[in-house]
Design a protein around this ligand. Structure first.
Ligand SMILES: Cc1cc2nc3c(=O)[nH]c(=O)nc-3n(C[C@H](O)[C@H](O)[C@H](O)COP(=O)(O)OP(=O)(O)OC[C@H]3O[C@@H](n4cnc5c(N)ncnc54)[C@H](O)[C@@H]3O)c2cc1C
Length: 432
């Protein structure tokens, strides 16, 4: 590692850290990007759908860049609601998703992060891998650098904590405590090799196009969360993420849970013939708006998962991390111009985030998880009700339709009209 001090030290070469490093290095700042993995992406897990606009704001038209580590542009988004033996799927497919700035791509993080970090190096940032940061250095009441697990010290005007879920840096800076099991989900994922032609036939895609599906209901065994199935070039990403406290209460390991998801008849058919290439699991911070740490202090900024910036019902996280990293980088550039890295100067970061979709979206869904979790069996009862109603609608069993209608009415009345309205009301926040 270089001996000289830096304008900015970025801890963590994930979407947040790399974005911040690109923006600052491009403006001529001396930036160190520190990553504990052997290489960027070595330890990172994501579904992974990556929304394009936020990356386009950092690397314009990135999808045309040589070597861009993208799998498939997603033309179809689907939701599947399951019981053990039935399922309802609904989705939206549009070629408009391919026009202009494509809406999103599937990616494989181990490839993507290496490519993205290379863009930070090309912009002038110094990337150091295999470096685990253990401590922050304080000087004159402000954070002025970091200490690695090898005891190396590095100084800077500002440190950016982009070290992901359960951020050690934000804890060392005294901004946050370790996450509680109700504030975090555990995601487990497999990449399953499948011939690209088989994928396109099975998912009804034109060559090169992709689809992304989230699966709710019985597959999560009553736990708060959902499963997902995304198409890559010649593999599928199948995963499931549920609240850690729910796994603890059930005594279930995510890897065992994923095996159960694979056996659901809808999923089993889609992945059949595939060969598992890798398994990974990772925390997803889901405490949301109410569990966010302070986002800045003297000489210190927090971005991405380190600051709990995710929007689970929309499967957004990496895009929010990129936006936050960019805004943190822009804040540091302004601070450098003023020669002021105090908390007051860095507080602009919070204003920038407030003006963006990041904080407003998080604020809008701040009560959603609690609302869903407070209704026992929510994620089992409503998928079952929906499937039972669909069963009546699509059955020609010799029973007069008016009797089906009465049965349907009874199914709904048994749960209670008022109760259904009250239970489902919080979902209005994620209806659009
Ligand atoms: C199963 C799963 C599915 C997901 N699906 C999606 C999806 O489809 N779409 C989406 O947008 N989001 C998704 N997410 C969320 C998304 O992965 C995160 O929101 C995103 O990765 C956050 O980026 P980040 O840069 O803040 O953190 P990370 O990507 O976690 O990067 C943090 C980096 O810091 C490094 N690091 C950590 N500690 C240290 C240290 N002490 N010293 C040095 N380096 C350190 C890590 O190795 C890592 O490289 C998913 C997450 C999971 C687990």
């Amino acid at each position: 590692m270089s001996e000289s001090s830096y304008d900015a030290i970025v801890v963590g070469a994930g979407p947040a850290g790399i974005s911040a490093a690109i923006v600052m290095a491009r403006a001529g700042l001396k930036v160190a990007l520190l990553e504990r993995g052997e290489y960027p992406g070595a330890k990172n897990v994501q579904g992974a759908v990556l929304y394009s606009r936020m990356l386009h704001e950092i690397l314009p038209d990135f999808w045309t860049m040589p070597g861009a580590a993208l799998e498939r542009p997603v033309v179809e988004q689907k939701t599947c609601v399951t019981t053990e033996d039935s399922w309802i799927t609904f989705g939206y497919k549009s070629l408009k998703f391919l026009q202009g700035i494509p809406n999103c791509y599937t990616i494989i993080r181990v490839k993507f992060d290496q490519w993205y970090a290379a863009q930070a190096e090309a912009a002038g940032a110094e990337l150091f891998c295999g470096v685990t940061v253990r401590e922050v250095i304080r000087k004159d009441g402000r954070i002025a650098g970091i200490k690695t697990s090898d005891g190396d010290e590095l100084e800077s005007s500002v440190v950016l904590a982009c070290d992901g879920a359960n951020s050690l840096l934000a804890q060392k800076a005294g901004l946050i405590d370790e996450l509680k099991p109700v504030e975090v989900a555990l995601g487990a994922k497999e990449v399953i090799a499948l011939d690209s032609k088989v994928i396109e036939d099975r998912f009804q895609l034109n060559p090169g196009e992709g689809s992304a599906m989230d699966i709710f209901g019985s597959v999560t065994l009553g736990m708060l969360g959902y499963a997902f199935l995304y198409t890559n070039k010649d593999s599928l990403s199948l995963g499931v993420g549920c609240r850690l406290s729910d796994y603890q209460a059930k005594g279930l390991r995510p890897s065992d849970h994923l095996e159960l998801v694979k056996r659901h008849p809808y999923v089993a058919k889609l992945i059949s013939g595939g060969k598992t290439l890798e398994y990974s699991s990772h925390l997803i911070p889901e405490g949301g708006f109410k569990s966010m740490p302070p986002l800045f202090s003297d000489g210190f900024l927090v971005a991405g998962d380190a600051a709990q910036m995710t929007n689970p019902p929309y499967r957004e996280g990496a895009n929010m991390a990129m936006t936050a990293g960019r805004l943190a980088g822009e804040t540091v550039i302004e601070a450098k111009k003023k020669g002021d890295f105090s908390a007051a100067a860095l507080s602009v970061y919070q204003l920038k985030l407030k003006a963006s979709y990041v904080l407003s979206d998080m604020e809008d869904i701040k009560d959603l998880e609690e609302a869903v979790a407070s209704v026992p069996g929510f994620l089992e009862a409503y998928p079952k009700l929906a499937c039972d109603l669909a069963h009546l609608r699509f059955s020609a069993d010799g029973v007069p339709k008016r009797q089906h209608l009465r049965q349907a009415f009874r199914l709904v009345a048994d749960r209670g009209f008022w109760r259904i309205a009250k239970d489902l009301w919080p979902l209005r926040k994620v209806a659009i």
